[in-house]
Write a protein that binds this ligand. Structure first.
Ligand SMILES: Cc1ncc(C[n+]2csc(CCOP(=O)(O)OP(=O)(O)O)c2C)c(N)n1
Ligand code: SF4
Ligand SMILES: [Mg+2]
Length: 275
């Protein structure tokens, strides 16, 4: 069934701020498709973002929204979930916002296993501010602050989130929007900290510096460098070099969810007494 996207958007805020061909629109569309599958009511959702191109996403959706400071989307989302446990809380923000200035908040939300869905819109760069390198910029690729090629190693968002304790971890990309939508839906449904590494495309700031300034060419590049978990299983270590594996990597249904644990703790003592 086709999705009525305008139903979910603040149509008076259009056209989008994003450069034509930016991957952010594909990620947002996949997210709205996932929400539509779940039939969630707009008033039951809060979308929170920090600052950056991707973070502008919260301004376009007709849910409860909060556009916070750079890097502070996750703690704001945590506070909302603690005060309104029945709300579906979604963080939609960039790699710089979530993993550089907001990196500490990110790992602790994963560790606590609070029931929020963190969508890392991962375009490997600070798009909004002029192409500075981020914690996910691939080694060797160029950025305005690494004009000769990045000498840092980059975070693997999946490994980082899993290691920090998130209980649902997946990676998809703008090259496979239908799969990305499925991962987002499963992450939204999951009762705990869920992280979806959504590989996105910034042809303007990352692509232009790396001979991939054409948006279609950049998405093709992402398609060529991604491989599904099933296909990756039969590839050798050499064949996997430089590839990004996509799929669902981790789901733990046992670990206690934080807002629930806190609610149980703060019930009046007599309610906790077993007679
Ligand atoms: C405290 C603070 N530091 C720095 C900035 C400048 N700033 C705004 S967005 C941004 C980076 C955004 O990168 P990312 O999160 O990857 O988002 P993208 O634009 O790539 O979607 C920076 C450094 C700011 N607004 N506030
Ligand atoms: S600068 Fe990059 S991330 Fe920002 S809107 Fe343009 S293409 Fe998208
Ligand atoms: Mg970015």
């Amino acid at each position: 069934m086709s999705v009525d996207y305008p139903r979910y958007l603040r149509n008076d805020k259009l056209p989008l701020y994003w450069c034509p061909g930016c991957g952010n629109g594909i990620v947002l569309k996949a997210l709205l498709g996932a929400i539509d599958d779940l039939r969630w009511e707009k008033d039951d959702m809060v979308m929170v973002s920090g600052i950056g191109c991707a973070a502008r996403g919260s301004g376009y959706v007709d849910f409860h929204t909060l556009h916070t400071l750079h890097g502070r989307a996750v703690p704001a989302a945590t506070a909302i979930k603690m005060c309104h446990p029945s709300m579906h809380v979604i963080v939609f923000s960039g790699d710089g916002d979530m993993l550089a200035i907001g990196g500490n908040h990110f790992i602790h939300a994963c560790r606590r296993n609070i029931n929020i869905t963190m969508v890392v819109v991962n375009n490997w760069i600070y798009g909004m501010t002029g192409g500075q390198y981020s914690p996910t910029t691939p080694p060797g690729s160029k950025a305005s602050t690494m004009p000769q090629g990045n000498i840092d190693s980059n975070f693997d968002v999946v490994e980082l989130a899993r290691g920090a304790g998130a209980t649902f971890v997946a990676r998809g990309s703008v090259a496979e929007p239908a799969l990305l939508k499925n991962y987002l839906r499963k992450g939204l449904e999951h009762k705990g900290a869920s992280v979806i590494d959504a590989i996105s495309s910034c042809h303007t700031q990352w692509g232009g510096r790396n001979q991939l300034g054409d948006p279609v060419q950049l998405v093709e590049h992402i398609r060529n460098m991604t491989v599904s978990r099933n296909n990756a299983d039969v590839l050798s270590r050499e064949e996997l070099t430089g590839k990004l594996v996509t799929g669902i990597f981790h789901q733990d249904l046992e670990k206690k969810e934080y807002a629930q644990a806190y609610a149980e703790l703060s019930r009046p003592v007599e309610q906790n007494v077993v007679v």
